[in-house]
Design a protein around this ligand. Structure first.
Ligand SMILES: Cc1cc2nc3c(=O)[nH]c(=O)nc-3n(C[C@H](O)[C@H](O)[C@H](O)COP(=O)(O)O)c2cc1C
Length: 339
């Protein structure tokens, strides 16, 4: 039995602490600029204390991130995509790295809308943060049923993901046809009561403004964009696609310029407020989306690399607004000066 050496014990404890600090994600400094600027924004009547939301599918239901910081620091949380019934998702591999982003084919793994209402919503409600439920359906009727349940449960907003296939229309994604997008939007609106409905647009279309206008015409209260861009990676040795589903959705910094362009186009085509997202990992990225026309921004893939990313984006936005002499961050919205 080796002898107990208190000095060695102490040194080991210190080493353990140093290693933990070395690998812990770097916490953001509290921005000294933050109090000088009004960070609140309004998204379709929903007031948030700051414009930073976390994107659906990249933050789970908040439990894991809640171990890093107080979720009340965020403006809003878009919960993981829900379906009417529980789903196991797609077979692995379903995440692949790419230069400046990731491809995913998770396939909406989730516990189902009822389990969300019973188990996850009460957890999120402990925090002073807006809760946005994100839904996907196989049919317009499924969207209606989920909206009714979620409105009854008291979520702050419902985000309608239309990047999913319509079973009845032969698998065509709702988000690729104006008439299908309008049908789902009408169904969601007629079952959501007073809860605002935000339609999430797919970038996998020729003209995103056509879909945006269809959703506006069908009564949407807000729009969010962009969802992931379809992509593919191939292992040249096995000649197999890296993802088991062959293709997947691209997200992360690589998609930011596409998101900025699409937010700008949509903002010029409709009057609805916009939640902009796609590749945001800094205050400057978020400011680009706001200048293009977004009222608020969501941070997605960046959360995987750094759980504190949404807070860093918030602080960076506040600093940028102060540097530019703004009294409110909302003054950025739509401020781009096109040539
Ligand atoms: C792993 C993963 C899962 C996602 N799941 C959903 C989802 O369930 N519903 C949805 O509307 N969008 C989902 N998205 C799309 C994101 O919410 C977001 O629109 C997209 O990733 C672009 O933002 P980002 O580049 O900041 O990640 C998912 C994205 C990723 C990477």
């Amino acid at each position: 039995m080796p002898e107990f050496d208190p000095e060695l014990e102490k040194a080991l404890a210190q080493l353990e602490k140093d290693l933990a600090n070395l690998f812990a994600p770097e916490q953001p400094e509290n921005s000294p600029a933050a109090p000088a600027v009004d960070m609140s924004v309004n998204l379709a009547g929903m007031t948030m204390k700051n414009p930073v939301v976390v994107a659906s599918g990249t933050f789970g239901f908040g439990r894991e991130y809640g171990e890093f910081y107080d979720l009340s620091e965020l403006g809003g949380i878009c919960a993981k995509g829900l379906t009417l019934h529980r789903r196991e998702g797609n077979p692995a591999p379903r995440i692949a790295e790419t230069p400046m982003g990731i491809l995913n084919s998770v396939g909406l793994q989730n516990p189902g809308v009822d389990a969300f209402i019973a188990e996850e919503l009460p957890f999120l409600r402990q925090y002073d943060v807006k809760v946005i439920a994100n839904i996907s359906g196989n049919t317009p009727e499924e969207y209606g049923i989920m909206c009714e349940k979620l409105a009854g449960a008291g979520v702050d907003m419902i985000e309608v993901n239309i990047s999913c296939p319509n079973v009845k229309a032969g698998g065509l994604a709702y988000g690729t046809r104006p008439e299908l997008a309008a049908e789902v939007t009408r169904m969601a609106k007629s079952h959501a009561g007073a809860v605002p409905v935000m339609v999430k647009l797919s970038p996998n279309v020729t003209d995103i403004t056509e879909i945006a206008k269809a959703a506006e015409g069908a009564g949407a209260d807000a729009l969010s964009l962009i969802n992931t861009i379809r992509g593919m990676r191939i292992d040249v040795n096995t000649r197999r696609p890296i993802l088991k589903m062959n293709t997947g959705g691209l997200s992360g910094p690589a998609v930011l310029p596409v998101a900025v362009r699409m937010v700008w186009e949509v903002a010029n085509a409709v009057k609805l407020p916009i939640l902009g997202m796609g590749g945001v990992s800094s205050g400057e990225d978020a400011a680009q989306l706001m200048l293009a026309g977004a009222a608020a921004v969501a941070v997605g893939t960046a959360c995987f690399a750094d759980p504190f990313a949404p807070l860093k984006v918030r602080n960076g936005l506040a600093e940028l607004a102060v540097e530019q002499g703004l009294s409110a961050v909302s003054q950025l919205t739509g401020g781009v000066k096109p040539w």
